[in-house]
Design a protein around this ligand. Structure first.
Ligand code: ZN
Length: 234
């Protein structure tokens, strides 16, 4: 291969590595965002359940207040019944007392049901909290890893940039101009090898004329279809 072209192929090796390191760096924020969103959604879920628990507790308090006032009322009725003058007023007192006891019994049942619901929900909240703690631990590890990897990548990038500068000197200006334009787009591939007279990037067949020019290595030949700078190992 012509030496200028070989230098360009070497340069692309360096740039490809740089590109992949930059891609790795740029993937971290999205990953961190995904993890934070997951934690936030777990927290929101927990908060919703906690709100439900608070409502149940408020209802439980109402029940306790009702029951306590009814118990006081029963005590008062019992004292009044003690001084009842005749059977009919005694029955009336007893009827009121038994009605209130019936109400208390119903409220107690409701209260027990509420307590069971509160306990069940608190267990769910504890399980959710365990998930949040785990996710936060994983996030902290992820951040520590990212910080470590970033500093490793920084070192590698600095080395590759030095290597890149060294390779640049060997590349002819005509090749370099086209190449720099091609790699300015991060998705684009700037170079393609030719095998069986076919561009290995887009698999378009070269004309015999272009193939001969690529083989000579003296001029810049770009693929008619994908615009890659073409080279052969021949
Ligand atoms: Zn092509």
């Amino acid at each position: 291969m012509e030496s200028g072209l070989q230098a360009l192929v070497d340069l692309w090796d360096v740039d490809r590595e740089l590109r992949s390191l930059r891609r790795e760096l740029s993937s971290y924020p999205a990953e961190e965002k995904r993890r934070l969103e997951r934690i936030q959604s777990l927290r929101q879920n927990s908060d919703r359940i906690r709100d439900g628990v608070r409502e149940l507790q408020a209802r439980l308090k109402e029940i306790e207040a009702d029951v306590s006032s009814w118990k006081e009322r029963i005590g008062k009725l019992e004292r009044e019944a003690y001084g009842a003058r005749d059977n009919s007023s005694l029955y009336a007192y007893q009827h009121q007392i038994s009605t209130l006891r019936g109400e208390i019994g119903e409220r107690d049942e409701e209260g027990i049901g509420l307590l069971e619901q509160i306990q069940a929900r608190e267990a769910v909240i504890a399980a959710e909290q365990a998930k949040i703690d785990e996710e936060e631990k994983v996030l902290a590890e992820f951040r520590a890893n990212v910080a470590r990897e970033k500093s490793q990548i920084d070192v590698k990038v600095a080395e590759l940039k030095k290597l890149r500068d060294a390779k640049l000197g060997g590349v002819g200006p005509a090749h370099l101009q086209i190449y720099e334009k091609m790699i300015s787009s991060s998705e684009r591939q700037p170079l393609a090898q030719v095998h069986d007279r076919t561009c290995q990037n887009c698999f378009t067949e070269l004309t015999l004329n272009d193939y001969a020019r690529v083989r000579s290595g003296k001029v810049v030949v770009q693929c008619k279809s994908c615009h890659c700078i073409l080279y052969t190992n021949v």
